[in-house]
Design a protein. Sequence first.
Length: 220
Amino acid sequence: MKLNNQFIVLGLGRFGMSIAKTLSEKGCDVLAVDNNAEVVQNAMEFVTHAVKADITDEIALKSLGIGNFDVAIIAIGSNLEASVMATLIAKEAGVKYIVTKATDEMAKKVLKKIGADRVIFPEREMGVRIANSLLYGNFFEFIELSDEFGIAEITPNKDWIGQTIAGCEIRGKYGLNIVAVKHGGKVDVTPSATYVFKEDDIIIVLGENKVIQDFMESVG
């Protein structure tokens, strides 16, 4: 699966900085934008580009080529007016996927209404998790349990459908251990080797972080 690799992060508070840093560490091109010169300077240490600008200024954002980015992350949930303006600018500029930060359900409704594809609550979701979930199209969740190991939710490869877990040799071929399979609202914990994969299954796997990421890059 092709990685999304062009990101613009608007707002460099703790949450925005966390996302920008994680995406950069994964090899993505990241443009970080904030109106605070000091945090912009800090971001320059790890992102591709960092710019001081007013993220509610349509002319400024368009001059940065916001419409050329695959994903815009608007990380300024404490100021709903600014979030709305930045979301509208990104939407009108043609950004493919817009993620916005919100502080309550009402703000979420407003932001979804004007075109945000995903609205998140940073108190509930870590920046690292959000960044990883944006990298891969069929990555529902990816949580790093340590520097070496993580757990992820994936969808089955097309050639797995109709085959058993044993027949797919997932551990041998891919180095992933199946923890559970979700299907139809039910969870089958430690499914047997004879379990047959279905098209709408969600598979929970455990493995080395690099192995999981390499797997997600390779599937199509």
